[in-house]
Design a protein around this ligand. Sequence first.
Ligand code: AMP
Ligand code: ZN
Length: 466
Amino acid sequence: MALRFSNTLTHQVEEFVPARDNTVRMYTCGPTVYSYAHIGNFRSFMFYDILRRWLRLRGLKLDHVMNITDVDDKIIRNAVAERKSLAEYTAIYEKAFLDDCEALRLERPERLVRATEHIPEMAKAIQQLADREYTYRSDGSIYYRIAKFPEYGKLSHSDFSGMRSGARVDVDEYEKADARDFVLWKAPKDGEPFWDTELGPGRPGWHIECSVMAIQYLGETLDIHAGGIDLVFPHHENEIAQSEALTGKPFARFWMHAEFLLVEGQKMSKSLGNFFTLRDILAQGHQPEAVRYLLASAPYRKALNFTFDGLKSAATAIERLRNYKLRLESGKFSGRDADALLARTAQARKEFDESLDDDLNTAQALASVFEYVRETNTLMDSGEFPVAAVEPALGLLGRFDSVFDVLQPNTKQGTLSSPEIEARITQRAQAKKAKDFAGADRIRQELLEQGIVLEDTKDGVRWKRK
Ligand code: AMP
Ligand code: ZN
């Protein structure tokens, strides 16, 4: 079966093939760097990461652009309160965001682009919209006249035809019932930063940056545009109105949206105060891989309830897989019937691939791996696991890990469990016996990096944590 994604625009699950030269031109809405991102935000960023990795494993090339919103109402309010320039203020949270992404092993998009570095391009686009009479001015600000774009509402599947024409909204975020002409360019206010452009002084509204930067780097029609589900309206609806008025072409072929991370049934959000940052969670001693696994384990189109029990189960699942991998790498196997197991391994791999092809069903993909691990652990226990199956089994784990990326322990912190350490020590002893002293030293060094010190005594090797 082919690769299929659920398209918010059509409400259908559709086969996905990029429009041109095997390259996926993809735009995802990035963070607003006004504060530390919470793990709800990271659910959406994790979805982008899984999407990227699976597209690549399916043989496609990526051209992925993500924006960094470094000017908006909240940023200006906070920067002014802290008496910092916009650039000083946003640099702190941009770095924090990138550090968190690294801890969560999120791949960097091919291009990360900042709104404030594209102000003249935005002014130019707004001028083009003005020339085509999609805009009007009021009190020095410029608004998009949505009555001029009859398709407004096609992404959120809403009928806005009864709306009052000429009613305006100045804030960047608002509810559906508030659908009104939205602001493209905001008149300067006292004490706020502004830019001098061909439109006069001011600053851009939130929505225009995504249209302008997506078209500039990726062309008039994207293969995929993605974001969190809360962006469908108004943000993505407004992006469509702006972009399609500018180009006359469909803005994106596929629109993909991640459901929320919830806490006790409610969206995790700054405004409700029910949020955890990654830093909060790591400070409690949890590993970033467990957060990664938890966020990746639920299919992106299902809401996911965050609990600390869920986080602990994620850590246990990782531990099981790491132990299994060590067992494969260091165990002695003498089973005779290789054919049946080779077929079983190929089947597990096929199930894994088909699950991800099916709109990134990560839960199903994990189930196929865990079922395989359970069955083959049993075969190892009873001495029926054949040595010929070791490489294919490691291959399956490798494929799993090129999407989920949790098997390699986090070298910054001592995460190895006692059985993992003992298994390493056994491997080192085997290496020494085979006169592979470089290999033995490498294992000692790896353990040292994890804070584990080995001591060779006449009774064997002892180890302790530094
Ligand atoms: P922001 O930094 O507020 O612009 O949000 C960044 C991304 O996080 C957007 O794509 C939002 O849709 C997404 N987001 C915010 N809250 C949640 C949540 N609780 N669960 C999943 N995604 C979220
Ligand atoms: Zn956007």
